[in-house]
Design a protein around this ligand. Sequence first.
Ligand code: AHG
Ligand code: MN
Ligand code: MN
Length: 284
Amino acid sequence: MEEILQAIKRSAIRIKQAIQNEDTGYTDNVNQTGDIQLKLDVQSDLIIEEELTKVSSIKELVSEEKEEIKKLNNNGKYLVGYDPLDGSSLIDVNLSVGSIFGIYENGYNGSDLSVSVYVVYGPRVELVIASKASDEVGMYRLLNNEFEFIKNIRLNEKGKLNAPGSTQSCWSTYHKQMIDELFQDGYRLRYSGGMVPDLHQILLKGGGLFSYPGTIDRPEGKLRKVFEVFPFALIYEKAGGASIDGINRVLDSTTTHIHGTMPCFFGSNYEIEYVKKTYTKNAK
Ligand code: AHG
Ligand code: MN
Ligand code: MN
């Protein structure tokens, strides 16, 4: 596992350099989810693949930017799912972006996830790690080309931020009402459109709610289970918060397709309980 974490750290340093120095334009390709790939999406994917390929304990890789699973070492123990550059459409406006990694064993279900890591490329580069085996969520910062431990992250029982994702005109009436009620209760809007910085902000400011619901146009939401939703669910749970699909725990969800998506809510306990109550009462 330590070797995988080292490879992720090397990838993060290289991706940071690529973001700073390389072309921010698009390629002519569309990925599995239907997004037009940026040159930086492809480049970040290659950097991570190159670094993870050096690790003999990895059995296979699966990336948001690759249609198929890439087999590495048949005797390897770990399966690594990753989103090389999350929020990449924000690159051209110079907002923060990130990379997300889920390190799985045996399969790609929520219950198979052992370790989650994400990296935020903002004014500073920060990396957050959570493991199924520990109750601490560690935050590290890139200082002089090394990741140094800064602190453990812990959510409060109730927060102040509300990050409501997806297209409002496609929300259900009860979802809209729930989001409105949070604002009436004093919550502040914080939504950049990058899952990594938006969830990082809620974690570091003590709590709140990030939602990406199922909608009329996208009943299964937009965010991908293996590369985005499961890794953050482990981080939020270990930080003392929770993550549900509206009613059920995200990490109890199974994967039938590696690029599959699901509705998701991440937050501190108070807000997640509120979502659960609303959805249990209203969802069919
Ligand atoms: P990606 O750049 O990897 O395709 O992911 C973008 C995701 C996520 O970061 C964000 O929360 C969400 O898309 C934003 O979607 P909307 O534009 O629908 O708000
Ligand atoms: Mn993403
Ligand atoms: Mn991406």
